[in-house]
Design a protein around this ligand. Sequence first.
Ligand SMILES: C[S@@+](CC[C@H](N)C(=O)[O-])C[C@H]1O[C@@H](n2cnc3c(N)ncnc32)[C@H](O)[C@@H]1O
Length: 289
Amino acid sequence: MTAVKKAEVIGSLNDFEEIKLSDKMFSKFAELMYNLAGVDLPLTPKNHALIRNRIVKLLRRHSLKSYEEYWDILEKGSPETVSEFISALTTNMTSFYRESNHFDFLLSVLPDMGKKFGSDLRLWCAAASTGQEPYTIAMTACEALGESPSSKVRILATDIDMQVLKKASVGTYEEREMQGLPPAQRQKYFEKVKSDGEEYWRAKDRIHDMIRFAPFNLMNPKYEFQHKFHVIFCRNVLIYFDEPTTKRVIENLVTCLAPGGYLILGHSESGNVKHPDLKPLSRAVYQKI
Ligand SMILES: C[S@@+](CC[C@H](N)C(=O)[O-])C[C@H]1O[C@@H](n2cnc3c(N)ncnc32)[C@H](O)[C@@H]1O
């Protein structure tokens, strides 16, 4: 009897062959993403690699052999396929207390906002990704207003990507996703839960219940909400849009902001903002006049 073990066959040769993405197919995917989500992906080696690497995962998931085959399915336009495509091509990087001076700012203005706007404060987090940003807003509101707040804070958290939005609404995070959250806040606003033998952190009801999650595409021609918002966070999403799109989005955001309310963008996005109704206050923070 031989002690030599035969190597296991772990896949077919095809698994190792590179599937080519032609420039023509790249342009089709890029144009579709622009039309659906406003995300601008000009033909550069970096964007080519991005589209290739992200869509190849969908080819594998659906056992397809080429980008052309995937395009044929995508063109049929079923809502699930389109949603999966958008989800694959959005970049969802986020963390708790990202660009933390914005939360210092919120902490400083919230206590007086009740006097200015009444006891019902409405905040909108317009590209909420997996939720770390809206939960940070909720924790900041709790810290600013204390145990028996004189104002009720309601946060609307939206994103175009249904997959991240679903995760945000569950509010459960792995240890590595808790980055940026100081230990004291973690203990106060999150609890440990176990699922399938793994430990996770789950947002406590106190902050979870302040947030409503809903899909929203910033490309919508008009933003129609029943009431104006007192603070809008729209951070680290304009960087993916071209100039005309950014201008249109800012115009729409300003329309749904209450006079005296605040618009907060990502640190690297403030260069693009010149609006007659927006007064710059500090880095990427504006007040509607
Ligand atoms: C890099 S993340 C930023 C998350 C968070 N705002 C932050 O600053 O940490 C960008 C988010 O914008 C979302 N997004 C991209 N295009 C969008 C659109 N047209 N409408 C709404 N959300 C969009 C993406 O799905 C993604 O979750």
